[in-house]
Design a protein around this ligand. Structure first.
Ligand SMILES: NC(=O)c1ccc[n+]([C@@H]2O[C@H](COP(=O)([O-])OP(=O)(O)OC[C@H]3O[C@@H](n4cnc5c(N)ncnc54)[C@H](O)[C@@H]3O)[C@@H](O)[C@H]2O)c1
Length: 340
């Protein structure tokens, strides 16, 4: 296949990571960028992109693009993506796909048969997550009982979304992906300490068919253990644990560590005691964000080439996720568990 012409829409904080990933795939010569902010376009120039491939206006480059990579603020995704889909282009859109269910369903309705859409669920391409999932799907951890995930740290409270839509969404998706199914119910507590209309703290429980539970803590008002690798000055804790009947996988994304616990409980002398067969630390080289985003793009372009399904589809990761996020907000507002 000839190299596709790529249009990147949005060049804010995450913009350079996308540019670096296109470069890592050898596709920088095929890249055009749109951003209404002159400072963002200046930054593109400084990073080596020629002025004639930069614009503030989507209309300048949309018709000439083969694929479009959207990383505008979340509350702008709908207005951008509807134009992209209506123009018949294949779409990679950063998570969360939209700010509301109505917008997600609106985008789905615009998709024609064979149009390729991938939602940017980064961790689906992360080597540690993929290794842990191999354990889950291969039965190495037994029947999954519990997922515990924490994604928090002092960082800016974003103007386009709360920590549910921005952070919890990552680990909700990762729990769904590990378990191979969507939750059947959720309950949640959220807080808005800054009074800006978006949550800055959330405790979320997801109830899965078959009994597995997930608990996800997110927030930007409590410490993180490590410096963030994208946003300067921010701190992060990003930990994900999946526990089954015969073992657990424990990932610390900030320290780049995966621990595989081989433990089960046996009934011995009337007590359920842990039988610990040890902890393995499968070797993984340090994982850079650019390389993970490049792996996402590679999967996307492979789907474009065969016009097949993506690794994070609009049905599951766009519309399905929008329904879960809406249920989280409804549960927090009404103080009750919401069935999906
Ligand atoms: N997958 C991940 O790990 C990850 C990480 C960071 C951000 N994100 C997602 O990426 C998106 C962007 O995040 P960010 O941190 O770069 O945001 P940001 O606010 O720093 O930057 C957004 C950029 O989009 C531009 N913009 C605004 N309206 C636009 C429009 N209509 N068309 C084109 N550009 C427009 C802004 O001028 C700005 O430069 C968000 O949806 C966020 O959730 C994902």
């Amino acid at each position: 296949m000839t190299a596709p012409r790529i249009l990147q829409v949005g060049f804010g904080n995450f913009g350079p990571a996308h540019l670096a990933a296109w470069r890592a795939l050898g596709l920088a010569e095929q890249l055009w960028v749109v951003d209404p902010d002159p400072a963002a376009l200046r930054r593109c120039r400084e990073l080596g992109l020629p002025a004639e491939r930069l614009s503030a206006d989507l209309g300048d480059f949309l018709a000439g693009a083969d694929v479009v990579d959207v990383l505008a603020p979340t509350d702008r995704h709908f207005e951008v993506c509807r134009r992209v889909l209506a123009a018949g282009k294949d779409l990679f859109v950063e998570k969360p796909m939209t700010a509301t269910i109505e917008e997600a369903e609106g985008l789905q309705a615009l998709c024609t048969d064979g149009q390729v859409v991938q939602v940017g669920f980064y961790f689906r391409s992360h080597p540690l997550a993929r290794r842990a999932r191999q354990e889950v799907t291969g039965g190495g951890l037994g029947k999954i009982r519990y997922i515990s995930a924490r994604f928090h740290g002092y960082k800016r409270a974003r103007a386009d979304s709360g920590v549910v839509g921005n952070d919890a969404v990552h680990f909700i998706d990762q729990a769904n992906w590990m378990l191979g199914t969507l939750p059947e119910a959720v309950d949640a507590v959220t807080r808005d300490h800054f009074g800006r209309g978006y949550d800055d703290l959330a405790l979320i429980r997801l109830f899965y068919p078959g009994g597995a539970l997930a608990h996800i803590e997110v927030g930007c008002i409590q410490p993180g253990r490590w410096n963030d690798n994208i946003v300067p000055g921010a701190t992060q804790t990003k930990e994900f644990v999946v526990a089954g009947g015969i073992g657990a996988a424990e990932i610390d994304y900030q320290s780049n560590e995966l621990r595989l616990h081989r433990v089960r409980h046996d009934l011995i002398d009337g007590l359920w005691r842990p039988i610990n067969d040890g902890v393995q630390l499968p070797h993984a080289p340090v994982v850079e964000p650019t390389e993970v985003v490049a792996a996402e793009f590679q999967a996307f372009l492979a789907a474009v080439e065969i016009r097949g399904p993506t690794q994070a589809t609009i049905e599951e990761c766009g519309v399905g996720m929008a329904r879960i996020l809406a249920a989280v907000h409804q549960s927090a507002a009404e103080g009750r568990r919401i069935d999906l």
